[in-house]
Design a binder for this molecule. Structure first.
Ligand SMILES: Nc1ncnc2c1ncn2[C@@H]1O[C@H](COP(=O)(O)OP(=O)(O)OP(=O)(O)O)[C@@H](O)[C@H]1O
Ligand SMILES: [Mg+2]
Length: 286
């Protein structure tokens, strides 16, 4: 397990709002949600910075590169985030690598937070030192969770007989450490939001069981549950063009929407509004 980072430098009070996508479980939808939040905020006219802390996969960086290529190819003037990838350090020792990566991350964070209303940080699906630092700078921490008990296990253990939560799990402890670091650094708080992802429109029984377990854990671990995204092809099929459904509101990209697209757009709107982002930053963009 990664050790706890030092308290670190406080950001200026006027800095942009920092949204961190985190979950130690791989493949839960962090990068997908990150790109939808980025494009959702951009479509409202907000300035957005983005940081990819998962340089091994670099999914968010690929998504954004695809968007840049689409803009060049099509000539459609879509808004772009200011994007930074924090590369893995090639230094010799673990300690030197940590210091190197931390310095690059802090440079990017301070730069982007002082020039944008929002900064979206995409973390890897594993515990790393850099991911811990990123968590401790979150104003909003969004944890997407696949709608299954295998994924729920990172938040809490569930008794198979009674369906009751027996105890919180290790990711909850990581968030607790992050909250402590942030409070020591700036007295700031982290609004931890858990979002269910890839929900089946058919399996009502599983949906209810996972939902009940989440409600039970919500207060014990200190997060709030937000309505999530269903499993839909539209959330993955626009990756190669670097687009999301939010871009379909652009006059040059408008097209006929299917019922599923309309339902998806509603889910996405609820995702952004459920984050309870600072109204001042959003209003300034409109
Ligand atoms: N709501 C959804 N509907 C359909 N497909 C989805 C949905 N959310 C995510 N996916 C797909 O699930 C896969 C994993 O998503 P994603 O890469 O966003 O997860 P991640 O948490 O960033 O993964 P990692 O931990 O490996 O970084 C991708 O193929 C993505 O297209
Ligand atoms: Mg990812």
């Amino acid at each position: 397990m990664s050790s706890t980072p030092a308290v670190g430098t406080a950001l200026a009070p006027s800095s942009g709002h920092i949204i961190v996508l985190g979950n130690e479980k791989g493949g839960s939808g962090k990068s997908t949600s990150a790109m939808h939040i980025i494009t959702g905020l951009l479509s409202r006219g907000a300035t957005v910075g983005s940081i990819d802390v998962d340089s091994r996969q670099g999914s968010l960086s690929r998504y954004i590169e695809n968007r840049r290529a689409f803009i060049e190819r099509s000539g459609v003037p879509l808004n772009m985030p200011s994007h930074h990838l924090v590369p893995r350090s090639a230094l010799d020792t673990v300690e030197a690598q940590r210091q190197d990566e931390t310095a690059r991350f802090m440079q990017s964070l301070m730069d982007l937070a002082s020039n944008n209303a929002f900064v979206v940080v995409d973390c890897p699906g594993s515990d790393s030192y850099l991911s811990r630092i990123a968590h401790s700078y979150a104003d909003t921490l969004l944890t997407p969770l696949n709608d299954s008990f295998i994924d729920f296990d990172i938040l809490g253990r569930v008794d198979p007989e009674t369906n009751k939560v027996t105890r919180p799990s290790f990711y909850g402890e990581l968030v607790w450490e992050s909250r402590k670091l942030k409070a020591l650094r700036s007295r700031g708080q982290i609004d931890w939001v858990v979002m269910r992802n890839r929900m089946s429109t058919l399996d009502a029984h599983n949906k209810r069981r996972v939902g009940d377990a989440m409600t039970e854990l919500e207060k014990r671990v200190g997060f709030r549950v937000m309505p999530g995204l269903c499993e839909r092809v539209i959330y993955r099929e626009l990756f190669l063009q670097g687009l999301t459904l939010f871009d379909y509101t652009h006059p040059q990209l408008q097209r006929n929407m299917t019922m599923s697209h309309v339902a998806a757009r509603q889910e996405l709107r609820e995702l952004i509004s459920g984050l309870n982002l600072p109204q001042a930053a959003l209003a300034a963009a409109e």
